[in-house]
Write a protein that binds this ligand. Sequence first.
Ligand code: B3K
Ligand code: ZN
Length: 887
Amino acid sequence: PVAIRREDYTAPAWWIDTVDLTFDLEPAKTRVLNKMQVRRNPEVPAEPLRLHGDELNLARVLVNGQGASFRMEGSELVLDGLPDAFALEIFTTCCPAKNTKLMGLFVSQDTFFTQCEAEGFRRITYFLDRPDVMASYSVLLRADKAQYPVLLSNGNLVEEGDLPEGRHFTRWVDPFKKPSYLFALVAGKLVSRSQRIKARNGREHLLQVYVRAGDLDKTEHAMRSLVNSIVWDELRFGLPLDLDRFMIVATSDFNMGAMENKGLNIFNTKYVLASQATATDADFANIESVVGHEYFHNWTGDRVTCRDWFQLSLKEGLTVFRDQEFSMDLCAEPSARAVKRIEDVRVLRSAQFPEDAGPMAHPVRPDSYIEISNFYTVTIYEKGAEVVRMMQTLVGRAGFTRGMQLYFDRHDGQAVTCDDFAQAIADANPDSELARLLPQFKRWYSQAGTPRLAATGQWDAQAGRYTLQLTQSCPPTPGQEHKQPFVIPVNIGLVAADGRALALQLEGEPAPQGESRTLVLSQASEQFVFTGLSAEPVPSILRGFSAPVILEFDFSDAQLLTLLAHDGDPFNRWEAAQRLGLRAALAAIRDPQHAAGTPVLSAQFLDAMREVLRHPQLDAAFKELVLTLPTEGYIAEQLDVVDPQRVHAVREAMRLQLATALAADWQWAFEENSDTGAYSPDPASAGRRALAGLALTQLCLAARESGDPVWPGKTLQRFKNAGNMTDRVNALSALVVAGHPLAQQALARFHALFKDEALVIDKWFALQAGAPDRGGDVLPLVRQLMKHPDFSIKNPNRARSVIFSYCSANPGAFHRPDAAGYVWWSERVIELDAINPQVAARLARAMDRWSKLAEPYRTAAREAIARVAAKPELSKDTLEVVTRALA
Ligand code: B3K
Ligand code: ZN
């Protein structure tokens, strides 16, 4: 397979202005008639018309109504000797029933769905399937009326009616030009929740959420989230809904979370369906943010789209930033905003930092790819969002909104680049640091790798001066040996030993300027001198995680305890606890003398944790984050050589120590938070349930040590009596995590209760495949689960619930000294690759960090990857991942 390179981009030689599609929908053979108006692009050298296609049966090609000569070059349909403008008609068929890749047109539970991003439209018809070719679409759908009563596509319904032989039709016209990846259709037996709303400008809209009969009672939250999204985008960015009709449709077979097709968003059921009985607080929060995300794409993605797929973060980074801001703005309390920020940073650090340090590392705007599907990554999405966030930090919130307005003034209706976006934000803020440093700032788009920010502080007691030296560096990544300095906004505060926030006055300034401010580091190393101080401060650096970097500062334990107790910035308060926990973990892991069973955490650390847990002012959600130790993955990232079993053992020991030393406090915390009254998924009550859940896990762990039956018994009762899924699954998980015999009984009951709720059964599988390993028992269990009648590897959610939960989210069970976990992984990657390459390639990423492993893991992991790579006829998706891993 060949690599596609960003620098090879050329504008298309032809434009397609209009597309008129007619579908005769049948699972085994769907007929597609595609009539286009095509014209030469006079701005580029003449070329034949080369249309993309994939797994299509071609029946007819007409140019201006006449049979035309064409040739096939690989999968491309090539036409020569064409007039400058003409009507092109192509008739093809495809087989949705056999489409297990879930790209293009496929069938899920007797319903037709499409997924076209990035290159799925070519599996529906021959086309210039690239995002810079934008056309007006008119779509005629025809199907059996009894089996497919609902027929949907993008835009407005302009006509519908009956046809002979029990068939019927609908015709849809999308009033906006769009790239082919935003095309969608849905056909099947669906029901909908509808709501009419009136926007601020008086325009009326019809909102609809389509699901299968029986799921309608689980759509209220999605609809509310959609309405909230519409209101927020108008209020925050002045961006209104531009369609009469906006639809969301849920399917249980979907490769990812959801898709922003113009006016017809298609969602994984996981991000639509929620009821208090079946969905957790996390599910409710995820639905809100994914519904928001797809809706926000209507402007950032659909109205202004990407020129080419290297610009993917133009829409994804920006839209993640927007959904993060949306979720934060919906929080009633400032503390809930901080909790959301911490959660987002946790995702970035546990998933994106490893990606940036591994074989798949790529810049936010990549330079090349083999399969674009592999680049829907945490770097494009989450790091991309951090880059946008840094822009907002550098120009201010109002300045950023101005920049967005300029971006739409300039580019509405166009397919553009990341440069265009950054330019608009800078141009709208000519006096900002962003404008001054723009070319350098854009290195965030071009250089991969996580920068390290080394800080040192020097205290001059006599002069009352504190000098902060900031030095940046960035490790090499594949294809990028040397890095240039980044522009790093560093939010900072200074905290007195007694906890007071100190006024910040930089040398040369006439007066202090607040207690928190942004320093901008643009050189490799710079000094910042704070004056007018009476005692040595504790620096609170990178407040709110103002840049996606690794901060290195040689904090003393006492300094971290001061920050944990007093920092006015909740992010750094949480971070102080993470640093203390990490430090203890690393010391035990690195100490060859450290024996199993010896304590890892100091009395001082435990006291500090107790203080947070018992704190009268801190809210429960924040406490839960502070009292959750850094993950095994995050700990492993700090090590040059990783013995996963040692990391696992040390973290388990820490968790147990925290459970036993704070037993009375956990009991208190559980009792204080165990009753949250009538269910509501708001952040405050969700936080209380989260803390009660953590407390229960800790109490069951401690009970396992002491043999005490009381808490496991209480936990089982709570499981049985739970009034919502969060409490129920937390209680179940507490028993499973503690490995208590009652867990079996609870699991069986859980399955019986929810056997008809696919999304809940996913949780049932995931809990077991993700359970702590005891003597190598998880792999045999996972093999058993794959034979369970409810298991199907073809359903991506189900495959993820078993296979990914084991390979990607259970390091203690997956990294077996006998290599059986790796062998099993290689078999599953190969099995999945034949069914669904995108899902297989995602699973292949579970081995990204193999080269850091200690022996015997390292060699065994390499062999397993090589076994996959050696498999003939691997998809280019999986081949790209394993080839890069072995490079
Ligand atoms: N844009 C889609 C992702 C499509 C992935 C294609 N492999 C979802 C989203 O980011 O909103
Ligand atoms: Zn997106």
